[in-house]
Design a binder for this molecule. Sequence first.
Ligand code: GDP
Ligand code: MN
Length: 391
Amino acid sequence: MKLHEYQAKEIFRRYHIRVPAGEVAGSVDKVIESARNINGPPWVVKAQVHAGGRGKAGGVRIADSLEQLKQAAKEILGRPLISEQTGPEGKRVTKLLIEEAVEIERELYLAMTIDRSKAEPVIIFSQVGGMDIEEVARVSPEQLMNEHIPFDMGWSPFVAKKLAYGLDPLPGPNTLKELTNIISRLYTVFMELDCSLAEINPLVTTKKGDVIALDAKINIDDNALFRRKAMADLDDPLEKEHLEREAAKYHLNYIKLDGNIGAMVNGAGLAMATMDLIKMAGAEPANFLDVGGGASEEMVTKGLEIILMDEKVKAIFINIFGGILRCDVLARGVLAAAEKTHIKVPVIVRLEGTNVEDGRKILEESDLKFMVAKDMNEAADLVTRAVSITV
Ligand code: GDP
Ligand code: MN
């Protein structure tokens, strides 16, 4: 789960990682009102969307007067921001963060994440901050320092020192001390909140020797949300696609894609394989939908309804391996959804596993014309056929 920059900065404040003074605003009037509480001009006004690359996309502006601030807020608010990370349709900006501008001396990069190949947290630090870090990793990987923190070792302040003293030229003693403190505090944030990512880009130094987090990105591990209620409450449903929002209500694992073959599957691995199958049949999947191992009839019904809400969908492929989810339960869910939604597109079903005979029978005996496939091969043929009819 991603947090907004302003939420991440609120957390940083609590952990004594210094951030610029700032306020969130949902309207141009509120931006101007907030400016009165914040040192300036100059101020910085920043689009709050779950995507990076806002600076280059015009979503971060420096304003030297109230006039400029108002103009910048008007230009960003209520419109989609299209950055390298948002996709071509962009993300609509509904909130702005207004902050006092900081005079930057150096821009650094600091992040903590999990190195999956080693199954260990890792701190990444670089003196090339403020830029796209993937680009730095590609062009000058020697500029990235990293330190693994094995779970059984816990924190050692030496790690922070080692990183900070890797800077060239070396900053003054106050800055170094502040920097090592911030690295330690970011470690605490990461561990205490079950983060999957905590990133500060740029982490800046000022002439006065202060070290300030100008940007803040925190992702919380979804699997830890059950024990991080306060974090779960920070979720912004507006950031989700509306069908994804609907699916989340029913605990369905749904991601909208651009194709026209809807897919309903149980199990993430089978869902991946099914998407491959659809592609090999010459079509594109309209979604990823994993109803989960123990889906109820209601969840199956809801899943199908959500697929059908996507107007692009021209055929549906239901691919179920019945384990905990029994095939007869699935079949009844599909029928219930069909009755509710008046499915007009072809539905291809491949069932295998627990109570498969009952499941197939329920579908075959219904008035609706399901295409029930014996196996994956036949299912692929049916998908190919459906594609050739619908394009
Ligand atoms: P991102 O592009 O989405 O990562 O947004 P950032 O918050 O990182 O802002 C982009 C860039 O704007 C930063 O790298 C800075 O160079 C610049 N910027 C942001 N805040 C300030 C500020 O207070 N003062 C100055 N001088 N530049 C800023
Ligand atoms: Mn940034």
